[in-house]
Design a protein around this ligand. Sequence first.
Ligand code: GLY
Length: 333
Amino acid sequence: MENLRVLQPNKYNVYIGNNITYKLIERFTFDKVLVIADANLEDNDIDNIVAAFPNSYLLKVKAEEANKSIDQYLKIIDLLVSLNFGKCDYILGFGGGVILDLAGFVASTYKRGIKFISIPTSMLAMVDASVGAKVAINYNGIKNLLGTIYAPQMVIVDPYYLHSLPKEHLINGLMEAYKMGLTLNKDIIKAIKDNNYLEVIKLSLEAKIKIVNEDPFDNDLRHVLNFAHTIAHAIELKMNLLHGIAVAACFKYFIKDEILKKEVINDLKNYVYLDDIYAFIKNNKAEIIESIKNDKKVVNSYHMFINEVFLTSINKYEFKDIKLEDYEVLLNE
Ligand code: GLY
């Protein structure tokens, strides 16, 4: 088992290994635990997690963006009040990004913060969302509009749970890891090619934790994790794409080295079919730029620019402020 230590905004451990979950839970004592589980997970996996805690309650939530809502949030708050949860009790998020965001946001706000444990079950959450303390819900059609930075007590990353993950969701997470391979550690791309998922997860989290330890509140360096994300977010909803797939399609707009760009576009063909996305982007530039205006990375309404990351060569990047009108040029690629 690997144990990575995150230092910011509070210290916590990220445990990584196959079939480590129950042994780890046994090591600690818990009073009350509310397990918020992805309803799509196998019943057996959910039942076993609940049974691992002597004093636990279960709430199953469908892992859909629509459930990262104020209504769902208040429903959970009401449940916590009725169960008399106190500051020393735990919320356990058991699922992918949607569940961890919702569970973490509840944990961060109820009684100004109760204890939170994260057990990611999707590849995307294992390589990215479960670590870094960003938690949020959606409001008024805007993704992650209400959010906080709230560290969990611990994160248990157990690739065993990938067994029930559909293939396209596996690729979804691998593409987010590919992003970290391009920007931070090229060995991640090698591990993806070798289908060595444990290594992909370990290297991606190591790379992410280094960044988070330096810039936990996303002021500057952490922007590197947003590589290719602005355009991706703008097309994700319009085309109903999985997040990692949208991000992969947008790599090419932010790679300055032409040889590397060609290599990456070719390599991505082994995982995803992107031609339709490229065509959509070409034909919907004005609409995409309109969506970028609402991106939360826009500095403010007077300074309509976004601090973007460009890859100059593999694992070498630079930041540049991009004005809305400059995206028009980028999208001509
Ligand atoms: N997923 C980007 C970040 O954690 O900052």
